[in-house]
Ligand binder design. Structure first.
Ligand code: NAP
Length: 516
């Protein structure tokens, strides 16, 4: 693959930055794959271009027409799927990882296209609830409507899903009638740049609907206005910096944060060795360690098992980890590819050192020889003691690592889950209805999603780590407190909810029931 120059697409033009040349390297070979220059752009003008060109052009269309636009875009992007899958290798994605990112992104965009084209009205507003009477005689009433905001959606993405991340935000923003500026994580910017280039070249979106910023987003927030929205995916630390940015605070800019999360999976006390539910639990551990080499915000970091079963499960997990084949993403035999770059390996090693103060390695070898490249060995740890007070509830190792944590009761299992401080997802594997009910109810306040897997769900469940567009993706507390996806709820950051008052007849004339 030749070294590609990455440029930003701002104010309708492809532009190089002004800073020193920076190089992006292949996660496996370390060879250069792309170069770019950061900074030197007029960000204020670029955001204004989106607001004044893209916004009005999108708002001229009805919600349904925008759905058709999104559906056409999803169809057109299928043409670049092979190129996107190929580029994904450069940041360490195996063929399966690349499909998760690329096919997952195209599927999510297509989902929003279908939803808009079928479920949304030929209107410029959405109704939110019925006409509410406000006076005794019925001559005065109110009704909530949802209308597109006049700002721009600034999306700041993490490196692990450079295709799915931008598309799952772009679909809802376009449906809502709001233009976007996409800022990819620098480490995996090559794939997002190729994607945005394909979107621009398709000519499907009105001028101004999409912009791209390559490189640092340091001054991006300085130019935000009150109708804008920031959609951030990344670490909790960066999320906090964005949320507390003076301009964001002063302009009351809407911010949605999807941050790191110490997700858990709980095996019920009834799941004896050899039962299908226990086998499913082990399969999810395997899948979450190998998918994207554990660099997934939803990955299982903490595996909670009944204390009496820890030894036997440790032996089974050892079998799972020892089977994982680490290698080049291009090798079809590889289960676990490299991390995105050497910095990610260093961060994972630092986290491992912290965890080893309270846990022992039960599977894998931290010092095993690895192929050349940004590799980290798949490892399973076993917590010595500490339960809800242990550091594994707060230290994220963004790689193929899981820690077994013993629990003695449903109460304790729930307390350990909650000690993560807010998670994107927890899965519970059990056929014991009382245990499922107790744990699910207790942990729901700490999770964006809880996946229960009893025998009846075994054949069809979608997987612990899979964010589906029909359901909420996000989580409270440490997970960022944000909400993405979840069907039409995903449009809410881009819409203004307005309570319109008047006499009921006028309200029905302005906003007829059948229209939306
Ligand atoms: P990160 O270091 O927080 O960076 C995320 C994004 O923020 C990047 O685009 C980065 O740009 C940008 N950024 C950094 N500082 C900024 C600032 N001051 N102003 C504006 N933008 C700024 O996270 P990462 O290392 O890319 O991703 C890994 C983390 O993301 C993990 O902790 C993982 O758990 C989390 N994650 C969460 C989800 C979720 O849905 N909850 C999904 C995926 C990943 P540069 O790349 O140019 O520095």
């Amino acid at each position: 693959m030749s070294v590609r120059e990455l440029r930003s697409f701002l104010s309708g033009e492809w532009r190089s930055g002004a800073g020193p040349e920076q190089i992006l390297r292949d996660a496996t070979s370390g060879g250069p794959v792309a170069c770019f220059r950061s900074g030197g752009h007029d960000i204020g003008a670029a955001l204004a271009w989106g607001r004044t060109r893209g916004g009005p052009a999108l708002r001229r269309l009805t919600f349904r027409a925008r759905g058709e636009l999104v559906a056409s875009l999803a169809t057109a992007l299928r043409d670049v799927r092979p190129e996107l899958l190929e580029i994904a290798r450069t940041y360490g994605a195996t063929a399966a990882d690349a499909r998760r990112d690329v096919d997952g992104g195209l599927f999510t965009l297509a989902y929003y296209g279908r939803l808009g084209a079928k479920a949304l009205p030929e209107a410029g507003f959405l109704l939110d609830g019925a006409v509410e009477p406000l006076s005794r005689k019925g001559g005065f009433a109110g009704r909530h409507i949802l209308v597109p905001r006049h700002g721009i959606a600034v999306q700041i993405n993490a490196y692990n899903f450079p295709c799915w991340g931008p598309l799952e935000k772009l679909g809802p923003a376009l449906l809502a009638g709001v233009p976007s500026l996409v800022k990819p994580a620098t480490r995996a910017a090559l794939l997002t740049c190729h994607l945005v280039e394909a979107i621009v070249e398709s000519g499907i979106l009105p001028n101004g609907s999409i912009s791209l910023l390559v490189g640092s987003g340091a001054d991006l927030l300085d130019h935000l206005e009150s109708q804008d929205a920031v959609l951030f995916t990344g670490s909790a630390e960066t999320g906090r910096a964005i949320r507390s940015h003076p301009r964001v605070v002063a302009e009351a800019v809407r911010v949605n944060v999807e941050a790191d999360s110490l997700n858990a999976s709980v095996l019920g006390p009834d799941a004896a060795p050899g039962t299908p539910v226990r086998a499913a639990f082990l399969r999810e551990i395997r899948s979450e360690m190998s998918a994207k080499a554990g660099q997934k915000c939803t990955a299982i970091r903490r595996a909670l098992v009944p204390e009496s079963e820890v030894d036997s499960i440790a032996a089974e997990v050892r079998g799972v980890v020892e089977e994982l084949r680490v290698g080049a993403p291009s090798d079809p035999e590889t289960d676990v590819g490299p991390l995105v770059d050497p910095d990610a390996v260093r961060a994972a090693r630092d986290g491992l050192t912290e965890l080893l103060a309270e846990a022992d390695v039960i599977a894998g070898d931290p010092d095993a020889p690895l192929p050349a490249g940004a590799f980290f060995p798949p490892l399973a740890l076993r917590l010595r003691d500490g339960g809800a007070a242990a550091r594994v509830n707060s230290v994220e190792v963004f790689g193929p690592l899981v820690t077994l944590m013993p629990y003695r009761s449903a109460d304790e299992a729930a307390a350990i889950c909650a000690a993560g401080g807010g998670s994107l997802v927890t899965s519970v594997f059990s056929n014991d209805a009382a245990f499922l009910a107790e744990v699910t109810t207790a942990i729901a306040p700490w999770n964006g999603r809880v996946m229960t897997v009893s025998g009846r769900a075994l054949a069809e469940h979608s997987g612990h780590g899979v964010a589906v567009p029909q359901l909420l993706h996000g989580g409270p507390g440490r997970a960022g407190g944000g909400e993405e996806l979840g069907g039409l709820r995903a449009l809410h950051p881009f819409l203004n909810r307005c309570a319109v008052q008047g006499d009921p007849e006028t309200l029905r004339e302005l906003f007829p029931d059948g229209a939306a």
